[in-house]
Design a protein around this ligand. Structure first.
Ligand SMILES: *[C@@H]1O[C@H](CO)[C@@H](O)[C@H](O)[C@H]1NC(C)=O
Length: 159
């Protein structure tokens, strides 16, 4: 019986140690859209953009020097996934727009060029997903349907 207890103790200690010693891995997910109405928010005609280039950039929060840069590209749903290992509690990490995937929708929306993400975790949980705010570009020429779209959202506001 003592042997069994010892075995159980060893197995449990190993499991505990692997959880505590594992470095966390952060997965940052988010989307890039084209504001086809140049309206300043996502609408029913917002288009999620394939092939947009983004980067995850972490800067040291004292000196400001770039510590990590992870590039990424959006898929056909406008979604990207960026993976970075370790804790980054001494850094300020942001997802930053690099390049549009659409020629006619390449002007960055002010305030939607970057999104802050927090990549620190004192619990040492090995897998962490962080959702970044959507980043966007403005379309050169609004779609014809935008008059109706604008009306709809303004009417909704009045209610
Ligand atoms: C979006 O909403 C507008 C205004 O209600 C409508 O005219 C248009 O058909 C909608 N478009 C889509 C793709 O749902």
């Amino acid at each position: 019986m003592a042997r069994l207890w010892f075995l159980a103790f060893v197995v449990l200690s190993c499991a505990f140690a692997s959880v505590v010693l594992a470095k966390p891995t952060f997965t940052v997910v988010g989307k890039v859209y084209c504001d086809t109405c140049r309206i300043g928010f996502e609408t029913n005609v917002t288009q999620y953009m394939e092939g947009a280039k983004v980067k995850l950039e972490c800067r040291h929060f004292v000196g400001g020097q770039v510590e990590h840069t992870i590039p990424g590209v959006t898929d056909k749903n406008g979604a990207y996934t960026l993976v970075l290992a370790d804790n980054h509690e001494n850094e300020i990490c942001e997802v930053v727009l690099v390049e549009s995937g659409m020629k006619d929708c390449a002007e960055m929306v002010p305030g939607r060029e970057r999104a802050r993400v927090t990549l620190s975790d004192d619990m040492g949980i090995p897998a962490n997903v962080r959702y970044a705010n959507a980043l966007g570009f403005n379309k050169d020429v609004p779609l014809d349907v935008c008059k109706e779209v604008t009306k709809m959202y303004i009417l909704d506001d009045d209610e």
